[in-house]
Design a protein around this ligand. Structure first.
Ligand code: FES
Length: 164
């Protein structure tokens, strides 16, 4: 579990689960709430959700892996998002995303082995005039291109070295 995950107590999980007691179709809202708290869905927590709902863990896993919005690994310290809304897609967002996958050596939805970077594609973030757009943490990088990717990541890599 990530730092936040370790502090996600049984009490907090129980509080989420109790809201859905006796409700059919509670699985997705429960998973969404847990992910909102932790940033991802730890396996142990998914097992507890299955116990609570009286379904098989494989069924929870199936839903968690079917929908793109669920993450199965913790976010990196520097979380990178690429907008794939219509304007950004048309302006070359896909190429930016592919360049990031190459540069970070991870695929969308993954976190680097050292826990530094994670990569996600997101829907329109509301600044289409700046397309294509990338975000690192909450900083917006406008009018991105594959050629700007490496340079954009330099401050985060340096910051990380400073922490070592
Ligand atoms: S489509 Fe990317 S900001 Fe709107």
């Amino acid at each position: 579990m990530n730092e936040k995950g370790e502090t996600f107590s049984n009490k907090e999980l129980s509080a989420i689960l109790e809201k859905y007691r006796g409700k059919r179709n509670g699985l997705i809202p429960i998973l969404l709430e847990i992910q909102k708290e932790l940033g991802y869905l730890p396996k142990e927590v998914m097992r507890r959700v299955a116990d609570f709902l009286g379904i098989k863990p494989i069924d929870v896993w199936g839903v968690a892996t079917f929908f793109n919005q669920f993450r199965l690994t913790p976010l990196g310290r520097d979380h990178v998002k690429v907008c794939m809304g219509t304007a950004c897609h048309l302006a070359g967002g896909r190429l930016v995303l592919e360049a990031l996958e190459r540069e970070l050596e991870i695929k969308v939805g993954e976190t680097s082995g050292d826990g530094h970077f994670s990569l996600e594609r997101v829907a329109c973030i509301g600044c289409c005039m700046l397309a294509p757009v990338m975000l690192v943490k909450d900083k917006i990088y406008p009018e991105m291109s594959p050629f700007k990717v490496e340079e954009s990541l330099i401050p985060y890599r340096q910051e990380s070295k400073g922490e070592d």
